[in-house]
Design a protein around this ligand. Structure first.
Ligand SMILES: NC(=O)c1ccc[n+]([C@@H]2O[C@H](COP(=O)([O-])OP(=O)(O)OC[C@H]3O[C@@H](n4cnc5c(N)ncnc54)[C@H](OP(=O)(O)O)[C@@H]3O)[C@@H](O)[C@H]2O)c1
Length: 253
């Protein structure tokens, strides 16, 4: 990880859960981190709590579904820090959306899910790549927080919209890797696919009886995902960890 010290990382969704854990670890390791979130005050609180660490955390308000927010956030990085070396596309939302029970509220949920998990990732990656190119950074790294549901069709009904958004992440991650390889770039792309992780997202998915279901299902922590991110980042510069699946032992999804 030494080669990343003093360099710039953007972490989307740094206000809670997995993103907060990753942003914290990158600051501990000496990176200059820009944490994006709608609840920017939570990132500001985190920044204050990390004030005496090796690196630094800046908080920037952005809704990754909104093109203007994304462009302005990366403009802030351009003006204040120059380039970006690492992007962690972590901002995301789950959605319990049974396909046989759709209504206008559900249509909006589907749009929000794809807007955040797919368009947010595409726009942030594109803006980060521009900043890498502008600054001659050819050893950058883009990490997409994906899901095991981006790799198989679950038997759990109601999660297929979310899963479809994650399949898109799987395809777009590999597509970006191939385009970068064709361009003979050394920028690396990694998909990290967690199984069930204990975070606030589970409360907002809208899954019926979720607390009951969680009590009986194996679950990992945000630290477990963070360690996978550090593993991918700390690989030698010519080694690409393309995909990591990290899930609790015994998960049956
Ligand atoms: N927990 C799991 O079981 C699990 C499993 C596999 C994959 N994942 C993925 O892991 C990622 C992190 O989720 P988490 O579990 O840590 O949940 P979380 O605690 O709810 O965190 C979600 C983060 O995403 C941010 N976010 C959501 N929508 C956003 C938007 N439109 N613009 C900017 N930021 C947005 C939230 O920030 P604000 O609300 O402040 O904007 C928050 O920081 C997600 O992509 C999720 O799909 C989670």
């Amino acid at each position: 990880m030494d080669r990343w010290e003093g360099r710039v990382a953007v972490v989307t969704g740094a206000s809670s859960g997995i993103g907060k854990s990753i942003a914290t670890e990158l600051v501990e390791r000496g990176m200059i981190v820009v944490g994006l979130a709608r609840r920017v005050e939570l990132v500001q609180d985190l920044s204050r709590s990390l004030a005496d660490r090796k690196g630094k955390l800046f908080a920037v308000k952005a809704d990754v579904r909104k093109e203007d927010d994304v462009v302005e956030a990366f403009d802030w990085v351009r003006k204040n820090l120059g380039g970006v070396h690492v992007l962690v596309n972590n901002a995301g939302m789950g959605a319990y959306s049974p396909l046989t029970n759709m209504d206008r509220e559900q249509y909006e949920k589907v749009q929000t899910c794809f807007g955040t998990n797919v368009m947010g990732m595409v726009m942030c990656s594109s803006e980060a790549l521009k900043l890498m190119r502008e600054n001659g950074i050819d050893d950058g790294h883009i990490i997409n927080i994906n899901s095991v549901l981006g790799h198989f069709i679950t038997r759990r009904c109601g999660l297929h919209v979310y899963s479809a958004s994650r399949y898109a992440v799987t395809v777009l991650t590999e597509g970006l890797r191939r385009e970068l390889a064709e361009a003979k770039s050394m920028i690396r792309v990694t998909s990290i696919s967690p199984g069930l992780v204990r975070t606030d997202i589970l409360k907002t998915v809208g899954m019926p009886n979720y607390e009951e279901s969680l009590a009986t299902r194996p679950i990992i922590t945000t630290d477990d995902v963070k360690r996978s991110v550090m593993h991918a980042l700390s690989a030698p510069a010519d080694v690409q960890i393309a995909e990591i699946t990290v899930r609790p032992v015994g998960e049956d999804a």
